[in-house]
Ligand binder design. Sequence first.
Ligand SMILES: NC(=O)C1=CN([C@@H]2O[C@H](COP(=O)(O)OP(=O)(O)OC[C@H]3O[C@@H](n4cnc5c(N)ncnc54)[C@H](OP(=O)(O)O)[C@@H]3O)[C@@H](O)[C@H]2O)C=CC1
Ligand SMILES: O=C(CO)COP(=O)(O)O
Length: 346
Amino acid sequence: MKKIAVIGSGSWGTALSIVLADNGYRVQLWGHRQNQIDEINRSHTNQRYLPGIPLSDQIIASSDMKLVLKEVDMVVIVVPTKAMREVLTNIRENLDHSVIFVHGSKGIEPGSSKRISEMIEEEIPSDKRQGVVVLSGPSHAEEVCLRHPTTVAVASHSLDAARQVQDAFINNHFRVYTNDDIVGVEIGGALKNIIALGAGISDGLGYGDNAKAALITRGLAEIARLGTKLGANPLTFIGLAGMGDLIVTCTSIHSRNWRCGHLLGKGHNLEEALNEMGMVVEGVRTTKAAHLLAHQENVELPITSAIYNVLFEGKSPKQAVDELMNRDKKDEIGPLFDMLQTKFNQ
Ligand SMILES: NC(=O)C1=CN([C@@H]2O[C@H](COP(=O)(O)OP(=O)(O)OC[C@H]3O[C@@H](n4cnc5c(N)ncnc54)[C@H](OP(=O)(O)O)[C@@H]3O)[C@@H](O)[C@H]2O)C=CC1
Ligand SMILES: O=C(CO)COP(=O)(O)O
């Protein structure tokens, strides 16, 4: 039986392990909390992150990185982005052969503005990796583990690596598309979390569907502007990792980003909201990274700026919305169209 390592035993790492075990792989699941490892091996459950979901006995958990990486062909990294460098260092120190790297994490590193695939390329020597692939799309763990129909994209500079990852994950419930635009797929997955915080704030303030549709649509324009400037294919943003993930994260009660935003809209401060969540809310960190990137790249991101002000500058959500609505008059499509013309004339 083929073995795959999944690094990260939270909601998404456990859900992806279920997909791989359904597909006949032995999954070597790495986590850093011994009591959780023991629970997965003994009771075949992960109650904290996926309550009530039975796990296959082909999912074997361990906190020993060397053991987990032994004889695997593929390493799937699914830890929160704030833990990424530390975990990649641990992998580098314990990996003794070359593998395909896949990641399912969604974020950008504040300060360096690096995407996750860039971090993997920096931390893992080239003779230990056969390709780096991102797996992203509208896919809440809570539904994947129930085998509800789900679609994702896998993107890589290496089409061969992307196809191998597609083959490993695809099944009757989990449909996987390849995409050659790794920049777009990573940027779409990271930035939609910021807009989902905004959608939660809007709902928490008591605004309705018009406001949320506006956030989703103008949020997508913002994501496409920054992503295109960073080298993405603009069409990626109307795909699964763009519009698809934006819809699911802005409208689903499963979304931690939406739920965190909802608490902020209801009047909680950021610390209270994060404490209440108890799970990673990537949009908070990514708002910091995107705010900086927007300045560096000279791209206007009004919604992201408004959310940055609410999260880090103490602005009230209501005032942030009022300011967004009272900006200078704009053309809807013009700025993105100009950017696309420049890109395609290059
Ligand atoms: N949940 C989902 O539906 C989806 C999530 N994602 C992405 O996947 C990534 C992981 O999210 P998710 O699984 O949901 O997060 P969770 O909050 O559910 O779980 C995070 C896991 O990471 C562990 N962890 C935290 N810090 C470290 C560290 N320093 N070293 C090792 N492990 C650590 C946590 O351990 P502990 O219990 O000790 O805190 C926990 O097991 C995120 O980038 C997210 O955006 C992508 C698609 C879907
Ligand atoms: O990325 C996700 C779904 O595709 C998960 O979103 P949340 O982190 O907001 O729950």
